[in-house]
Design a protein around this ligand. Sequence first.
Ligand SMILES: [Zn+2]
Length: 98
Amino acid sequence: MSRRSKQVRKAAKRGARKARSEYGERMMTRYYRRAAKHEFRCAARGCKVRQGEPMAYRPAGSVKLCLRCAEEDPFVAQQLYDSASWALSPAGKARVAA
Ligand SMILES: [Zn+2]
């Protein structure tokens, strides 16, 4: 790896760390819509969510829910946000278009 790309990577990491420390607490307790990276069971009802399917994720405690349970729970729905990657994912695009 070249010296230059190492510097770029370092700067990116620094930026991410800074953003986390400034907005971390707010980000951690929100739920984010995103496409599932792996198959898992929803924490609310144990629904099976396959890779690539929409889900809601809260960084604090790594809470994973299927999108249906998340939207049915008023407390969760109230703090459900679209993640940056969600809007670009196939599942997110389909939803935005619908
Ligand atoms: Zn569920």
